[in-house]
Design a protein around this ligand. Structure first.
Ligand code: PRP
Length: 178
């Protein structure tokens, strides 16, 4: 375990097992539909996307978006699109892939944006959900793990861009971020 990690909240084995279960659920849910276009939000979602897609046996495609909140206007949920999707999404069945839903602002805004561009459906899959932190109404269709309001890192989640490479979800020691 990393020296700055206080405890492991979700182990690598648990993440892989949960990705398998969610992948199988997606296989069933989209069996009679167009295969989804997975839209992963950079950068935190990358390790989760990489594991999840191994367990999906539909003819999916995936693409990336990078968005950021406008400084000072966080409460409005306004976002700046730093990297957009490579192709039009009119009529697409979209599944947004996220590492964590926190306040819910990012996903609420991205979901509305993709719907406004003509997607047929926009669903959300997140590895982690922190419902205690929610400030806007946002419910992900697929949730890996619901976690308490602790400072977590690893499996894509960072503190100052570090720790994304840890193969588990860990609670960061308080002295590291205070
Ligand atoms: C994190 C996370 C979500 C968002 C969740 O991204 O990946 O996108 O914050 O927060 P919210 O529910 O309060 O909107 P971040 O902007 O830190 O980018 P990163 O993925 O590159 O770490």
């Amino acid at each position: 375990m990393h020296q700055n990690v206080e405890k492991i909240l979700v182990s690598e084995e648990e993440i892989i097992q949960r990705c398998r279960e969610m992948g199988q659920k997606i296989n069933r849910d989209y069996a009679q539909k167009e295969p989804p276009l997975l839209v992963a939000l950079l950068k935190g979602s990358v390790p989760f996307l990489a594991e999840l897609i191994k367990h999906i046996d539909l003819d999916i495609e995936f693409d990336f978006m990078d968005v950021s909140s406008y400084a000072g206007t966080e409460s409005t949920g306004e976002i700046k699109v730093i990297k957009d999707l490579d192709r039009p999404i009119k009529g697409a069945e979209i599944l947004i892939v996220e590492d964590i839903v926190d306040t819910g602002r990012t996903l609420k805004t991205v979901r509305e944006l993709l719907l406004s561009k003509g997607a047929s459906s926009v669903k959300v899959i997140t590895l982690l959900d922190k419902p205690d932190r929610r400030v806007v109404e946002l419910e992900a269709e697929y949730v890996g793990f619901t976690i308490p309001n602790e400072f977590v890192v690893g499996y894509g989640l960072d503190f100052n861009q570090k720790y994304r490479n840890l193969p588990y979800i860990g609670v960061l020691k308080e002295e590291c971020y205070k």
